[in-house]
Design a protein around this ligand. Structure first.
Ligand code: FJE
Ligand code: FE
Length: 344
């Protein structure tokens, strides 16, 4: 019901909008749906740009399509990076440190094994999520595993690449030096909403169509994996204060205002306009082709960012301190002393 109401946007005059002031939800009786429910009119944010991510080398023999974090998409506050990774048998991300932010690894195909300097380790497989708060310090390795080994016993067509997404979310000043924490969710533990048949929304963080994730976010974040069959329309709400973007995995979407949609295609990042105080949703449509994409939005921190690779702090001085702490294995990096993962 809500979806169709976007088309009534045009019916509401500018003066009416102004008189309704800057409220997030405009209640009106203009709609033809007025008999069924008191309609809620959502204005769709628009798309400000579409940027293609081509493959580049990263880590050890790994390939990534970098979305947020590439030169055209720097500092999409609170997001620092989004990589779609593809890693073969001899590749991976061997021992490296993090401080000051969170990494969220979402597997699409294949498996990844992580191992950290505090003895925490595990394997995540298709659909699983590892939400890691590095806080004051983590040193770890992240490497693909290919069951079946050399002989390729893993069935008829053993996977040769592990495929997934890794999102880096900045932490607010007061959480940058917090204790490290892991939140690990199996695919089966991640709730889905189905706002209509043919539209499935996996709620990794935040809330969608009444379904809520259990992930604790220090930086308020909405992270959804949306699959749409052809000829569907969905409206996704997001708080007015959030910045957001869509990263297309496959298929084709038509985004934003119905009259002037932006086309979203695989491996493109589509950045959302600001809410302008009233646009609390995004309209997403498929036509002849279905689509799969992630919808990511969050509360901007509006704090200074000083980043040196995997260390993200607020000042240069804090970055120097971080180098010192890492080199001397102090202040959260104690266990980095002599530690090596089995990947090395
Ligand atoms: C890296 C620092 C890093 N993209 N996608 C420097 F932390 C990394 C790194 C990753 C990474 C890991 C996974 Cl599992 C997926 C990623 C960067 O670990 F590559 C560099 N150069
Ligand atoms: Fe890492």
């Amino acid at each position: 019901m809500r979806v169709s109401l976007l088309s009534f946007r045009a019916a509401v005059s500018a003066t009416l909008l102004l008189s309704l002031s800057l409220t997030a939800t405009l209640t009106t009786t203009v709609s033809a749906d007025a008999f069924t429910t008191e309609p809620v009119l959502h204005l769709s944010r628009t798309i400000t740009r579409a940027v293609l991510s081509e493959e580049q080398a990263e880590g050890q023999g790994a390939r990534v399509r970098r979305s947020i974090g590439r030169p055209e998409l720097r500092n999409h506050d609170p997001f620092l990076m989004l990589d779609e990774f593809l890693v073969g048998k001899n590749g991976g991300f061997p021992d490296h440190p993090h401080r000051g932010f969170e990494t969220v690894t979402y597997m699409l195909e294949g498996q990844f094994r992580h191992e950290d300097f505090a003895g925490h380790s595990g394997v995540i497989g298709p659909g699983d999520v590892q939400w890691m708060t590095a806080g004051r310090g983590i040193v770890h390795s992240e490497m693909p595993v290919f069951p079946g080994g050399e002989g390729g016993e893993g069935g008829e067509k053993a996977l040769t690449k592990a495929h997934g997404l890794q999102l880096w979310i900045n932490l607010p000043k007061e959480h940058k030096m917090c204790d490290p924490q892991y939140q690990e969710l199996l695919d089966s533990q991640i709730p889905r909403s189905e706002p209509q048949s043919g539209v499935t929304i996996k709620v990794i963080a935040g809330e969608s169509h009444g379904v809520q994730s259990k992930v604790y976010t220090r930086t308020p974040t909405l992270f959804l994996d949306i699959t749409m069959e052809p000829h569907k329309v969905v409206e996704q709400n997001l708080p007015l204060s959030y910045t957001g973007f869509i990263y297309m995995l496959s298929g084709k979407t038509y985004l934003g205002e119905k009259e002037e949609p932006f086309v979203g295609e695989a491996h493109h990042t589509l950045t959302l306009s600001s809410s302008d105080g009233v646009k609390e949703a995004v309209r997403i449509e498929t036509k002849e082709e279905g689509a799969r994409f992630v919808f990511i939005a969050g509360q901007p921190l509006n704090e200074p960012i000083v980043q040196h690779g995997p260390f993200v702090m607020n000042t240069h001085e804090e970055i120097y301190e971080t180098f010192f702490d890492f080199r001397n294995a102090v202040n959260g990096f104690e266990r980095a002393n002599q530690w090596r993962s089995s990947a090395n």
